[in-house]
Design a protein around this ligand. Sequence first.
Ligand SMILES: *Cc1c(COP(=O)(O)O)cnc(C)c1O
Length: 396
Amino acid sequence: MAITPLMPVYPRSAVRPVRGEGCYLFGENGERYLDFASGIAVNALGHGHPHLVEAIQRQAATLMHVSNLYGSPQGERLAQRLVDNSFADTVFFTNSGAEAIECAIKTARRFHHVRGAAHRTEIISFTNAFHGRTLGAISATNQEKLRDGFAPLLPGFAVVEFDDLDAARAAASDRTAGFLVEPIQGEGGVKPASPAFLQGLRDLADEHDALLIFDEVQCGMGRTGALFAYQKYGVTPDVMAIAKAIGGGFPLGACLATESAAAGMTIGTHGSTYGGNPLAMAAGDAVLDVMSAPGFLPHVERMGERLRASLEQFIPNHADLFEGTRGMGLMLGLKMRSDSRAFVAHLRDHHGLLTVAAGENVVRILPPLVVEEAHLAEFMEKLSAGAADYARAAAA
Ligand SMILES: *Cc1c(COP(=O)(O)O)cnc(C)c1O
């Protein structure tokens, strides 16, 4: 048999982490990596954060899982905290980002259904979007590499140019259920939407009685220096999917909605066996404890500014390799003039530095949000050394 026991759907690198500590990962043979990938924006508190570890250990020993057939004091508490800290009135917990997106799409369709407008089924999404790997989520993107071979996909999706308000306006109709957009595209290349575009979508949604759905699976939960990216923009959605950092490494996602948007999500319309179980709620609660402590978000903002300034200062030394920076807070992108995947692999294999490649030849820089100045300095040293020998190798 040639197939590996682990279904071979990932191009896995030679890095094989077995232990983590703060901003570092350690491989099977003790190799040390500076982790500026954070499990793709998941390990917001770094690895082994004592408060998160303790909360999970305690909850695991107390009560790990019960069915959603029973009352959930743990879920009620975390849902209330998310409601108190966002636009939302209600929360559905999931185990992943794609499931949070599925819930958002279902919420939008049910919203119109219960208002007697069952024909309003179309979700308008945007080029280069990434919303996850379920059939619903891949139906909401034009990225061929995600869709290839999985037809027939779901009907009721239209994809128009990202950050092009005229295109969104032209696509909107009396069949539009909602607009689904990442305020800052992650996989697509760390591309922030322009404020005018998001505000324009808000206005369009209002004009058309459609819902505005934000996918903050990657840009939410503190990454931008605000708890949610929409707060930075000052544009409020009706429905929002979050995940990644919310569990700090424990699989957890959530779909947040206003009372009005969630009007169709009544008893029996949706569910999940694991979603919001006590162990997941303990993890989410612990992450939120840390993120809502005074000074946490300002720290993210400050570290983001420092890192960006360092990158801006460094780029002119290698103008042949790099074009510029993009992003917000500690969700930063370094735009390259050539394949960013090759450079990410070079940093990983030769400098013990973990970053993530993204679309448009961008190197994604996603440190744990608890990163300190010393880590930023170490990052810049490794990046500089990496750029120097990468440029030398290219010239040879
Ligand atoms: C990662 C991601 C998802 C999918 O999350 P999964 O947990 O992998 O299902 C959806 N949207 C965005 C913006 C993401 O970055």
